[in-house]
Design a protein. Structure first.
Lengths: 224, 161
């Protein structure tokens, strides 16, 4: 209550009937003080007498900490780390992850802005050396600050199969072989590498769909 | 993907790696590594998590299920799996298979899946269901399969909700 009036008030709970005070009825949460004087009321209020006048109000120096702080997942140096306050609870070290670029390799970085209820097909790139297959796909999604938790998602479809979910990050890897279809991710929906025919996602391809009403920025690195 | 070799003097092959909170391209002959993707700004609040290590023997499968980590329907929001192959394994054999909801995909040395469970307009949930099959759904969990006859693969798994 923004009470600048230093007049004594007795808020003993059962009654505030006193000289200069106001009567507090038991079943009412009526205003003990005039709300036009800066106080608030009209809700259930419990009064505790902590001082009879302003000068007697105890001074405390309080530092607020969230003692129920939840753990967080972060990427620190070369690890996915679960932390709580300053403690590391556990981690997954990816320092030794290394995707080599061989003589037939290529890589591509694409950035999209996907509007609400829109989809994008990622460019198949120039992975002819491995017949359209990529062995590394790393995607980062950036959501608007005002997006709710339920709005921080994208769907992704591979070869038109059942859609899967993506939050802020996705990393997919596989194995490739030169001039062979092998164990990678086939990003090419075209049946010919000149891309002269129609695209057919069942041949290959990765698409991302934004099912929300907020715009999403998506950055993808692909490599073979 | 190769395990990054250690060679002196500094003259290693070109490739992508994680370095100081970023995805960088190491071109093998310079200490200035161009950044291709920032990772240090990744931040997710978690309520529960688990970390496990599994040795996936040759021609064996492993069911990743984390019923107690997931939400009230068994969904989790972050899965990271690192696969370590024997050092003598050639590049083209560094793969395993994973199956989720009846679809089978390939995985190399690293996979990260994320996303919080949502309800679609047709009332089907979307997300990463890691409850034990039969608890909330018949299709929960991810099955990892080692298709090789003579390679054991070590998996290190971090799951968060």
């Amino acid at each position: 209550m923004a009470d600048q009036d230093i007049t004594s008030y007795n808020f003993d709970g059962g009654s505030a009937l006193n000289e200069g005070g106001d009567f507090l009825t038991g079943a009412s949460a009526g205003y003990p003080l005039n709300p036009m004087q800066g106080t608030t009321g009209g809700f259930d209020t419990i009064y505790t007498n902590i001082a009879n006048n302003r000068d007697n109000l105890p001074r405390i120096d309080a530092t607020f900490r969230e003692f129920n702080e939840k753990p967080e997942l972060k990427f620190v140096k070369e690890s996915f780390v679960v932390t709580q306050k300053a403690d590391t609870l556990d981690y997954l070290d990816v320092a030794y992850f290394f995707h080599p670029l061989q003589d037939f390799s290529d890589f591509q970085k694409q950035t999209f802005t996907i509007g609400p209820l829109n989809s994008v097909n990622i460019d198949p790139g120039s992975f002819e050396g491995t017949l359209g297959e990529a062995s590394m796909i790393i995607a980062r999604a950036y959501y608007l600050p005002e997006s709710t938790k339920d709005e921080k998602i994208l769907f992704w479809d591979y070869k038109g199969s059942t859609r899967n979910l993506m939050g802020k990050i996705m990393i997919l890897t596989g194995a490739i072989k030169k001039d062979l279809h092998w164990k990678g991710w086939d990003l090419d929906p075209f049946s010919t590498y000149g891309h002269t025919g129609p695209a057919n996602i069942s041949n290959g391809g990765l698409s991302f769909t934004n099912p929300t009403s907020k715009t999403v920025k998506l950055t993808i690195i692909t490599a073979n | 993907m190769a395990t990054k070799p250690i060679t002196c003097p500094y003259d290693e092959g070109t490739g992508f790696k994680f370095y100081r909170g970023n995805l960088v391209l190491d071109e093998g002959n310079t200490m200035k590594l161009p950044i291709y993707l920032e990772m240090r700004d990744l931040l997710e609040e978690t309520v529960s998590f688990s970390k496990s290590r599994v040795t996936l023997k040759s021609e064996r499968s492993f069911l990743l299920e984390q019923t107690n980590i997931g939400d009230d329907l068994g969904y989790v929001s972050f899965i990271a799996i690192k696969a370590v192959f024997p050092s003598t394994t050639v590049e083209s054999r560094k793969y395993l298979e994973w199956t989720y909801l009846g679809n089978t995909y390939y995985m190399g040395e690293l996979m990260v899946l994320s996303g919080k469970r949502i309800s679609a307009t047709d009332s089907i949930y979307e997300g990463w269901l890691l409850s034990k099959p039969g608890v909330y759904s018949d299709l929960g969990g991810i099955v990892f399969t080692n298709p090789h006859t003579n390679i054991d693969i070590k998996l290190e798994i971090l799951v968060c909700k």
